[in-house]
Design a protein around this ligand. Sequence first.
Ligand SMILES: [Zn+2]
Length: 72
Amino acid sequence: MRRGICVKCRSDHVYVLAGRAGGYSEVELGTRWSQESYLHFYACAVCGYLESYINPDRLDKVVKHGRPLRPS
Ligand SMILES: [Zn+2]
């Protein structure tokens, strides 16, 4: 997705959106980039597939608050 090709349908109609998490199962898509946008999404405009990523400036919070998952 980050290279502009959908990993599900191979379309090149991939868009980047700013957003923030609204809950465990809800994702709120923002319409503009702001201080509150701590996630970004890659969305396919053909099949609707969506990937979400934490913005690079917030990755330190992953280490601080997350539980490491070690390969098994
Ligand atoms: Zn797609």
